[in-house]
Design a protein around this ligand. Structure first.
Ligand code: SF4
Length: 344
């Protein structure tokens, strides 16, 4: 078993080389009429850039359809980027051959929202954990046994011998998600992408799963991308929080700075809408936006949030796309309100 390590501070994490670098990433999906005539593109991801460091968690928040899962799937290679670059430990993914992709994928664990749907129903726990090792050419049976024991201990599926012959339907929802995490860890990855990992679980199990992920991160110095619309968990789980809206990242901040003062009107609205579950207090919310998220086939000109924004500056917000303004050292936003507040 690896020794238990303390979690790195944000400064310590960022003093290392990034494990992942995403530069101006675009993912468009063609829309065709009758299967032939191209009528446009759905711009599911539209110019996203960031770096992720070993040992840190970035939470990506935003409403459904904002591009969070497309970002995850593009990083995983499930979707082809239309434009832009992804670097994993300085390696340009677009230059990888088949073997390089296999190697890259073995370094990323993926945890999906629906644990039952993610597990093959006719395979036992042992077979589910052995399969990624077989695919990646790990043939040594002793090594299989060592890794299986280690991951099952780490995700607390014990006694191990009781779980090995079980099938997914014989496990509870929480145990299924522990198994999904064990499978994500079996190849000893450097990075995890957790896409709404607790949203289908009972409230009582959610915190256990998040604590489990935190423990794994400390022990293995894992970098984690945590995708969620559940803002109640991000403050406990991440060093940085990014807000996505209309297929773009519109705010990037340390968790501390964002909780103190969200800058972008949309992030303010998101946090205000979830800060108090008391229905009475909903009446006092001032900034909850009206209207629908933008069409990603015909997005509005300028700032994509402008049709819903009560601070919209006519002639600017509805015409020019706001760039990223670095307002504080650890906090930037793409909003014209901060044009004159950028750090020197
Ligand atoms: Fe509102 Fe303009 Fe800022 Fe967009 S850029 S969020 S429309 S103030």
């Amino acid at each position: 078993m690896p020794s238990v390590a303390l979690k790195l501070t944000q400064e310590q994490a960022q003093a290392q080389k990034p494990v992942l670098r995403v530069e101006d990433l675009h993912t468009y999906f063609e829309v065709r009429r009758m299967g032939f005539f191209k009528v446009g593109d759905v711009r599911a991801l539209d110019g996203v850039s960031f770096e992720l460091y070993p040992g840190e968690t970035i939470s990506i928040v935003g409403e459904s359809g904002c591009g969070k899962s497309t970002l995850a799937k593009t990083i995983l290679g499930i979707h082809q980027p239309t434009k832009g670059k992804i670097y994993f430990e300085d390696q340009d993914l677009s230059a990888l051959n088949k073997e390089g992709w296999k190697q890259y994928r073995s370094n990323i664990g993926y945890i999906m929202q629906d644990p039952y749907g993610a597990l093959p129903p006719f395979m036992s726990v042992k077979q589910i954990l052995e399969e990624p090792m077989k695919i990646n050419g790990i043939k040594d049976k002793k090594e299989h046994a060592r890794r299986i024991r280690q991951v099952l201990e780490e995700v607390k599926l014990a006694p191990i011998e009781d779980f090995l012959p079980k099938f997914p339907h014989m496990l509870s929802g929480g145990q299924q998600q522990r198994l999904v995490i064990a499978r994500a860890m079996i190849l000893e990855p450097k990075m995890l992408i957790a896409d709404e990992p607790v949203s289908m679980l009972d409230a009582s199990v959610r915190i256990e799963i998040l604590q489990l992920l935190q423990g794994l991160q400390r022990r293995h110095n894992l970098a984690i991308i945590y995708i969620t619309h559940d803002l109640s968990t991000v403050r406990y789980f991440s060093e940085r929080i990014f807000t996505m809206y209309g297929a773009k990242i519109i705010e990037k901040s340390s968790t501390k700075a964002l909780l103190k003062e969200p800058l972008h009107p949309y992030t303010k609205a998101l946090f205000e809408a979830t800060s108090d579950p008391d229905a009475e207090n909903l009446k006092t919310f001032k900034d909850v936006p009206v209207g629908e998220p933008p069409s990603l086939m015909n997005p509005p000109a300028g700032c994509r949030f402008h049709p819903r924004c009560k601070y919209m500056i006519k002639g600017l917000c509805d015409k020019e796309i706001p760039p990223e303004f670095q307002v504080y050292e650890d906090h930037s936003t793409a909003c014209w309100l901060y044009k004159d507040k950028e750090r020197a």
